[in-house]
Design a protein around this ligand. Structure first.
Ligand code: SF4
Length: 355
């Protein structure tokens, strides 16, 4: 098995009680079958407590029964009671894995860490350019029906996209616009499995493209649509809704300064995480639009906080927690990005030029 991962992946360590947030509140922890079996075989004085805190939810999944929205094992000091009482190996798969994510592509895997964890966000949003490595790893290939030619073509296309996004000779808005344009051009050929045409397009000099003047009325329409769609999402924290309203109802838009490298790494994070999923559904443009729309919303939200790096990181982490961690929210946005003409490539590029 080959594993591809970003350079910050191996640096990650959970900071537990030093964490300004927690991953043990606000959502349900689903317990995997292997852990359930382990819990049923455990012996000792803590076992009864452990078992009494597992229930079956309305989807039929076994979960740790939350108490006031928090994991029942989460102590007031931010530590895990189960970990303290019966050790690290007792943790279920979700808790052992988070915030790491793994995507399987047959004999290859990709691993990363999720922006929704504050410590992961700090590592992802450093100033340096993100680099990627591929190493041999343990494990067995998963059965897959992916087309190898399309897979390797998309790998090339993702590499070109990341090179564009990391080209610091251009403004971040221009780089993101070019990325979107590139994905838009190759997208119909990806859909048709026409890998030769994709490879031909990738040779074009996209960065020489000049973008037209920014049109305010179109930008206003798209901003209203973004506010409407993001306000309709399922929310973990209702304050996020007010933050969105403040961000989009604030007419005086001033591009935040000093943020180019963070935005670059934010975009590279989204591209690394979602681009290759097009090998399964061939819907590349929606994944590119999701990255761009995320940037546009986060850029607006950042205008409403102090323009300091820790505050900006908090905004990006919160966005990820609210949006990326809800399958319902991701499905809703995907539908909107596919069907609404408001999210046309031209409109998005127009809004990217907002100054
Ligand atoms: S959110 Fe991240 S740093 Fe905080 S407790 Fe969870 S894994 Fe650890």
């Amino acid at each position: 098995m080959k594993n591809t991962f970003p350079d910050y992946f191996k640096e990650f360590r959970c900071i537990a009680d030093k964490c300004p947030d927690t991953c043990c509140a606000g959502w349900e922890v689903v317990v995997d079958g292997e852990s359930l079996k382990k819990y049923s075989e455990l012996e000792g004085s803590y076992v009864q407590t452990l078992r009494s805190r597992i229930a079956v939810d309305s989807d039929g999944d076994s979960i740790f029964t939350p108490i006031k929205g928090r994991c029942p094992f989460l102590l007031d000091n931010g530590l895990c009671e189960m970990y303290i009482e019966i050790g690290k190996d007792s943790l279920c798969k979700t808790c052992r894995l988070f915030p790491r994510h793994i995507t399987y592509f047959g004999a290859r895997i990709e691993t990363g860490i999720s922006l929704s964890c504050p410590e992961a966000a700090r590592l992802i949003l450093q100033d340096k350019k993100i680099e990627f490595s591929t190493e041999e790893s343990d494990g067995f290939p998963e059965p897959t029906s992916i087309d190898p030619n399309l897979y390797f073509t998309l790998l090339e296309a993702r590499k070109t996209s990341i090179d564009v996004l990391q080209n610091r000779n251009f403004s971040i808005e221009k780089r993101i616009s070019v990325f979107l344009l590139l994905c838009n051009e190759i997208s119909p050929f990806v859909r048709r499995n026409d890998c030769d045409s994709v490879r031909k397009i990738l040779k074009k000099d996209f960065l020489s493209v000049e973008f037209s003047e920014f049109g305010q009325s179109r930008a206003n329409r798209l901003n209203s649509k973004l506010l409407k769609d993001f306000s309709s999402l399922e929310m973990l924290d209702m304050q996020w809704k007010s933050a969105l309203e403040n961000a989009f109802l604030n007419d005086s838009f001033n591009k935040p300064h000093g943020t180019e490298n963070e935005f670059e790494n934010l975009m590279v994070y989204f591209v690394f995480r979602y681009f290759m999923l097009a090998v399964f559904d061939k819907n590349l443009i929606t994944k590119a639009k999701f990255a761009v729309v995320s940037f546009l919303v986060i850029r607006r939200l950042i205008l409403c906080v102090e323009n300091e790096k820790p505050e900006r990181i908090k905004v990006m982490q919160r966005y990820s927690k609210e949006v990326e961690h809800s399958a319902l929210n991701m499905d809703y946005l995907e539908t909107q990005l596919k069907k609404s003409r408001c999210y046309g490539v031209e409109n998005l590029i127009n809004l990217l030029q907002e100054k």
